[in-house]
Design a binder for this molecule. Structure first.
Ligand code: DGY
Length: 340
């Protein structure tokens, strides 16, 4: 079995459910998934580094393994599946997103996939709200001004941003995370929620959200949130045409996948004032090169794909990934299946 954890597992002090301050100070890697697999008697081969596993390394090591524990940074395509061989019984990805896996090819080969969407909902929703507020209230500019000695006399219009009170918030993809974000934004005084997607969602009633077509959402929203999974159909969904339709005061937030956005078009829209600001937790590529023009814009806040980055969540993701894998080995239903 090949196990590829998020980080090195050299550090071994943390027990599965120990999230105490003492342990957090000493640990950098979730042991929880490793513990579950080793306790079940799995033989584990792992990529022992924080860096992305090189494709050739993955291809070399996956040969003959029964299960694959992967991250969203591991592209699992036909080449990898071929290299694994026909005994590969299951793929567990420690992520809610699955655009890095060729699901069609797995389906053809009868390889089930487990993933971890629910356990990361709260953390990702929380981060989305943080990013939205940082962007709309211009925190990056404010913090830079303090450090750069540009904090002058208090002035009525300096660093004025956009508030949520009375705003229309449009959620593209009212799934688990989209709904959790909307619920957290409601107490800020949002006037109405719009959402779009493949079909109306039951959960929309909880926040009184209206199901509208994509065009209506981008035209009418003060805040446009990308919360949908990346698919072949919505790749580059947010392009020049769409940014043109948005309000000049619109704020665009993306915590889903960078592939939803045509980044050059976003840059132009931000630079020319077609939209007011953008907050991105996800980009193409990742990491975003430091010479990306987006980073030179004051009205663009970029953070490094940290939606689910809290210790408790990452431990839960690791453990759930292991349990998904073991379930298939044991012939029982996966706790969180993507493909069965
Ligand atoms: C995911 O799991 O897909 C997120 O992007 C990172 O937690």
């Amino acid at each position: 079995m090949l196990y590829r954890p998020l980080m090195s597992v050299r550090i071994s002090r943390q027990t599965r459910h120990d999230f105490s301050k003492e342990s957090l100070r000493h640990e950098t890697s979730p042991r929880s998934g490793v513990d579950v697999l080793t306790a079940a008697g799995c033989e584990i081969t792992q990529w022992d580094s924080d860096d992305r596993v090189p494709k050739q390394e993955l291809i070399k090591n996956i040969a003959g393994k029964d299960g694959l524990f992967c991250l969203l940074t591991d592209r699992i395509d036909r080449k990898v599946l071929d290299a694994a061989g026909p005994q590969l019984k299951v793929i567990g990805t420690m992520s809610g997103g699955y655009d890095h896996i060729d699901t069609g090819e797995c389906k053809k080969r009868g390889i089930p996939i487990g993933y971890t969407p629910d356990v990361l909902t709260n953390a990702t929703a929380e981060l989305t709200v943080a990013l939205l507020l940082a962007t709309s209230r211009r925190l990056k500019e404010g913090m830079n001004a303090v450090v750069d000695g540009k904090w002058g006399t208090w002035s009525p219009l300096w660093l004025c941003g956009q508030g949520l009170d009375g705003a229309t918030v449009g959620v593209v993809g009212l799934g688990r995370i989209g709904l959790a974000v909307a619920k957290r934004l409601q107490p800020f005084g949002v006037k109405q929620f719009l959402y779009t997607g493949n079909s109306p969602k039951e959960g929309a009633k909880e926040i009184g959200a209206n199901f509208v077509d994509f065009d209506t959402l981008v035209k009418e929203s003060d805040f446009v949130l990308g919360c949908c999974a990346l698919t072949d159909k919505n790749k580059g969904l947010f392009n020049a045409d769409v940014f043109k339709k948005m309000k000049k005061t619109a704020i665009f937030i993306n915590t889903s996948r960078g592939g939803l956005v045509v980044q050059e078009d976003l840059y132009d829209a931000l630079k020319s004032g077609e939209i007011l600001a953008a907050g991105l937790d996800v980009t193409t590529p990742e990491p975003l090169p430091t010479d990306s023009p987006l980073l030179g814009l004051e009205n663009c806040v970029v953070i490094p794909h940290i939606g689910s980055a809290n210790m408790k969540t990452r431990c839960a993701m690791s453990e759930l990934t292991a349990r998904n894998i073991l379930a298939v080995f044991n012939g029982v239903p996966m706790p969180c299946p993507l493909l069965v």
